[in-house]
Design a protein around this ligand. Structure first.
Ligand SMILES: [Zn+2]
Length: 584
């Protein structure tokens, strides 16, 4: 590297480091700076080691500068940089492929109504909906309810799913239910059979599998059309019992993926034993996933299928059928898995937990169902923003609850009014209070226009004392003999303290005294100006205590912050206040 090249490189690093520092309160971070540099200059990847030491050298120089100096340098030398950064941050979803090929973009979300929806479905819903809106297209909800035996749909979940979509703000433009369309699937099955592109297989599954793994056809594949149609009618008229016959789509017997070969399209289910919740025992030939889904995507005009990459093999299967029917397969976007650490996104585990009584209901706070998130005060906006920011990338994404909470906090913080909740209350008696105090507590620290909660504290008795509730959780931080600031009220000196009560005497009113003494700030509620309150925590335990009496004016579904405790959603309010904990 020449001296000039070296100087130029250093300038580039300095620019990246300065911009990074401005975004991180004046302290640039090595990892992101190196990442950005190698993104801009991939040729440097071969000398990553030297680059790393050069970067840390430049970062040291940058980080000793005060933030306003850093900003001034960037403004003077690269005035476009900060604006560009902002635009990049605001950049949203990447464009869909081949939009111009279609008159209208059509996307679909297709759940099986055998459970409520959970966070794992959020990616499919939000992306399909957002793209439909982005291109002024159409978003379809399609209930895939054609397995009354193993994935048996449940009536109430059709409505629950509609409710969840409405809550998320992703209302569909059209809705279909596959169990209404069974005879339509029969029509296409017949066409495939007549065109010699499918056959009715009556082999024992195990023997069939052995043949197919060996790249060999079973005896049924070559039978004449007449025999195929006879068998098909026997499927329909109940001659074949469950498990005795399936319609298979012809594929390439030498396809490298055995799972693609000769996939089953329709099968017999004993509908007397397994009645469907909507159509009862009317049908006993039911389409399987790939068949019904493949037919519907074409008939409903879906142009862009956006789904998890676990569906890649299904696309390969369905493409055989599309060729036979002379159809063109829609654009397919397969995104990676979305995992949330600490959240069970397995439908079967949720269902099992409910059945065993481990969870009280579908909105148990331990679950990642939309119902539970809604009850806990997680906003649909936070979920949507998180999903759009993650986008449809193919790599797997691991998120934590904290990621979601960070989005939610950003939304709640400016909206939520503040109140006091004293968890595990103990009585604090303050003596020698010289006069009546009126505490004016802002409903929101940044919005005085929203008003105040007002409490008048009047000393009583021989030693002019007042009685307040404080939280037992604060005891650990308090020490006898030390000054404590009661938030927005006055300063006291602690004189006696045990697990059940505390005594103190009045010291002074000014906040500055407390600041100078480095006093702890604690919240409080006047005894008598309170309402019993229970907060249901994320692990379903209950934090019991009392809330200030101003909370009596709240309503169910209000989202507030209990100061020094966390954000909560008001669940119920009568003689007692019940809230659900969102996060800190
Ligand atoms: Zn067979």
């Amino acid at each position: 590297m020449t001296f000039e090249q070296d100087a130029e490189l250093k300038t580039t690093i300095r620019k990246i480091a300065l911009i990074n520092a401005i975004r991180h309160h004046g302290k640039a971070q090595t990892g992101p700076v190196i990442g950005k540099l190698l993104g801009e200059k991939p040729e440097l990847r071969t000398s990553a080691k030297e680059i790393a030491s050069l970067v840390s050298e430049v970062i040291q120089e940058v980080n000793i500068l005060p933030l306003n100096k850093q900003k001034r340098i960037v403004d003077e030398r690269w005035p476009e940089a900060l604006i560009k950064e902002k635009v990049e941050e605001e950049k949203r979803l990447p464009p869909l492929p081949n939009v111009d090929k279609y008159a209208q973009v059509v996307t679909r979300f297709s759940p099986n109504p055998d459970c409520v929806l959970h966070l794992g479905s959020a990616r499919a819903i939000v992306l399909c909906y957002a793209y439909a809106r982005l291109y002024n297209g159409k978003f379809i909800l399609r209930f895939e309810d054609t397995d009354p035996k193993l994935k048996r749909p449940v009536l109430k979940f059709y409505d629950r799913i509609r409710e969840d979509l409405a809550w998320l703000g992703c209302k569909p433009d059209e809705e279909y239910i596959q169990s209404d369309r069974i005879t339509l699937y029969y029509k296409y099955a017949e066409k495939l059979l007549k065109d010699d592109n499918a056959y009715v297989c009556t082999c024992h599954p195990k023997q069939f599998r052995e043949k197919v793994l060996d790249n060999k056809p079973c005896e049924c594949r070559g039978l004449p059309l007449e025999e195929q149609l006879k068998r098909w009618n026997r499927m329909l008229n109940g001659y074949y019992k469950e498990g005795e016959a399936v319609v298979r789509v012809k594929t390439d017997l030498n396809h490298p993926n055995p799972a693609v070969r000769e996939w089953p399209a329709l099968r017999v289910i004993n509908s007397q034993n397994h009645p469907h919740p909507r159509v009862g025992s009317k049908y006993h030939v039911w389409p399987l996933y790939n068949f019904a889904c493949g037919i519907d995507d074409h008939l409903m005009g879906v142009t862009h299928i956006i789904r998890g990459k676990e569906h890649l093999t299904n696309m390969v299967r369905q493409e055989f059928m599309y060729r036979y029917l002379g159809w063109t397969y829609p654009e397919a976007i397969h995104y990676g898995r979305l995992k949330i650490t600490g959240a069970s996104l397995s439908k079967s585990k949720i269902v099992q937990g409910i059945r065993q009584g481990l969870y009280k209901d579908w909105d148990d706070p331990r679950l990642a169902t939309f119902a539970a998130l809604r009850r806990r005060g997680i906003t649909p906006e936070a979920i949507k923003k998180l999903i759009v920011d993650v986008g449809p990338k193919t790599s797997d994404v691991v998120l934590s609850w904290e990621n979601l909470y960070a989005y939610n906090r950003k939304i709640l913080d400016p909206k939520a009014d503040r109140y006091f909740f004293v968890h595990n209350p103990i009585q604090l008696t303050v003596k020698n209070v010289p006069k009546t105090f009126t505490a004016k507590l802002r409903l929101h620290p940044d919005h005085s226009e929203r008003g105040f909660r007002k409490y008048t504290i009047t000393p009583k008795g021989d030693n002019n004392s007042v009685a307040l509730w404080i939280s037992r959780s604060d005891i650990d931080t308090l020490k006898v003999g030390k000054m404590i600031r009661l938030m927005e009220l006055f300063n006291i000196k602690l004189e006696r303290l045990d697990a059940y009560s505390a005594e103190a005497s009045f010291m002074s009113e000014a906040y500055n005294d407390a600041r100078r003494a480095g006093a702890s700030l604690i919240h409080w509620i006047p005894i008598g100006a309170d309402i019993p309150c229970e907060v249901v925590m994320q692990d379903a335990t209950i934090a019991a205590g009392i809330a200030e009496s101003a909370c009596k004016g709240l309503r169910a579904n209000d989202l507030i912050q209990f100061e020094r405790f966390g954000f909560v959603r008001i669940d119920e309010i009568n003689a007692k206040l019940t809230a659900y904990y969102s996060h800190r």
